[in-house]
Design a protein around this ligand. Structure first.
Ligand code: GEK
Length: 241
């Protein structure tokens, strides 16, 4: 389904990164070769949802791309009456995601929506997943989004948040960025591809510190918070209402 990501292999001016048809067509290859631990995080999203999905509730996958987290949720939900709402504002992603879901055998209902997650109602939720999506939301809108998620979660409901992160210590921040670039190099990206992608994503993907995430999550009304995965400048967190 996914082609090989060669989007930044040529020289030339770099436009800001967008989730268009070209990106959607190579997305699985791109994210697996770019995000350390991505497959582990996706698998664990299912394991967490298996414990926290509640009967007759909704699991939300916000910024679902091609539906990797949706499939993981779908194959782990065991309670009756639970459905999944998967949302992405990229039409190219949603078109492909529809095919992925149609080809999958699970009977848990999935409703796909092409919409901005900032505009979508969150209601009767037991699990909400933001798997590398919040980092693309403008900083000024992140508090309100987290407050809406907290309000839409049932008591005992869970937020699963994975993000690229920033470090307050400048030397460590530089070290982790450098090691992440080495990781990409080891996965077959050239120096040109790495630096052009970095330029394209600058100001489009805005990472924050773990401290900022925890503060926002607690202020939004969650009662517990933990980091359950981290590799270099990529981390996955969990919070329970
Ligand atoms: C996975 N979760 O594979 N509204 C809806 N979707 C959005 C918005 C928005 N405001 N902003 C960005 N997106 C996936 C991976 S990718 C992560 C998520 C990455 C969507 C965007 O279109 C893209 O599909 C996704 O969020 C981010 O488990 O590329 O690093």
């Amino acid at each position: 389904m996914s082609g090989k990501d060669t989007i930044y292999s040529n020289e030339g001016p770099v436009a800001p990164f967008v989730f268009d048809d070209k990106v959607a067509g190579v997305f699985t290859d791109m994210i697996n070769r770019s995000v350390p631990g991505y497959a582990t995080i996706v698998a664990m999203i299912g394991a967490l949802a298996e414990r926290y999905a509640q009967a007759d509730s909704v699991c939300y996958d916000l910024g679902c791309s091609l539906g990797a987290a949706t499939l993981s949720l779908r194959h782990h939900i065991k309670v009756p009456g639970c459905s999944i709402i998967a949302i992405d504002n990229s039409a190219a992603m949603i078109e492909r995601c529809e095919k992925v879901i149609a080809a999958d055998s699970s009977v848990v209902p999935v409703h796909l929506r092409c919409a901005d997650i900032l505009d979508v109602d969150i209601h009767n939720a037991s699990v909400v997943v933001l798997n590398f999506t919040l980092q693309f939301i403008p900083l000024a809108q992140r508090d309100v989004l987290l407050q809406r998620i907290a309000a839409g979660l049932r008591p005992g409901g869970m937020l699963i948040l994975a993000e690229k992160i920033h470090f307050e210590d400048a030397a460590l921040n530089a070290l982790f960025i450098d090691l992440h670039h080495r990781f990409k190099e080891q996965n077959g990206y050239s120096q040109t591809e790495i630096s052009r992608k970095r330029a394209a994503i600058d100001n489009v993907l805005v990472p924050e510190t773990l401290r900022a995430h925890e503060q926002r999550i607690r202020t939004a009304g969650f009662s517990s918070f933990a980091v359950w995965f981290q590799c270099l400048n990529f981390a996955a967190m969990v919070a329970v209402k």
